[in-house]
Design a protein around this ligand. Sequence first.
Ligand SMILES: [Zn+2]
Length: 302
Amino acid sequence: MKFLIFAAVFLLDRDAFLAHGSDDWSYWGENGPEHWPGICNTGENQSPIDIITDDAVKTDLGSLKFTRYDFAFSADVVNTGHSIQVGLTGVPIHLKGGSLPTTYVLDQMHFHWGSEHTINGEQEALELHLVHYSKDYDNVTYASEFENGLAVVAVLFEVSNEDNLYLEQILEAVKTVSSLNSTATTKLQTKLIPSLLLPKDHSSYYRYYGSLTTPECKEAAIWTVLDNKMPISVSQIEIFRKVVNSNNETLAYNNRPTQDLGSRTVYHHLEGYSSAHNLQIPKTLLVIVGFFSVLMQGARSP
Ligand SMILES: [Zn+2]
């Protein structure tokens, strides 16, 4: 009898673990996004979202400061079973500015094929997430327990006729780990300069408060979606689409569907927006005053 009770409790626990374990999730089927547990299902600040540009509140949040993004780093590429993740070794890389409450440290970057964020309903081929944690916390896991604990930068890649040469070294590594089971790791052959994965011009971006886009979907992330996009060719996307997941299935896509914005606001940062807006009338006045003063001078001349 005792054994039966023990066995029953064990089975219940095991089921509970299977249902709620953080790695028992998928992008389709019975463990797909609509069945992800907890706050993934009940949260009201979930990511990704569809950004409706006309509804975004235009403002100047200040420019983003990417510190040491232009250094060259040794890097590992991992097939996590859900994504391709790139980890850098060396000096810490920081993100600040842009009205972020503190300095954030880059933890890792990873890719979603099929972009997660959409702009006016338009999905792009690829999205890069640069995951940073607040310097006030020791690591990304701890930081994800707190509001504003994480700052994620999203870069959208749109289909181009030409290869993106800056993705080549990563794609070579993807080929090495793609058919292996989860947590297969390889080193990049050459050093990686992270700024080359960002659009040169990041003076326009979207900002909102949201969550991680994978279980447990912690609502801890300040999202920055860069407005300018990077290019990627179809043959380069195909390399991502051949990655094998932890169930030995081809990971044809790994984007979570967009979530309700709810009562949240999306801001559209435009450098100098408010000052340019306020200066419009004075500038016009200056021109008129200037015009009349020239006229008056002309009238006074003999
Ligand atoms: Zn992501």
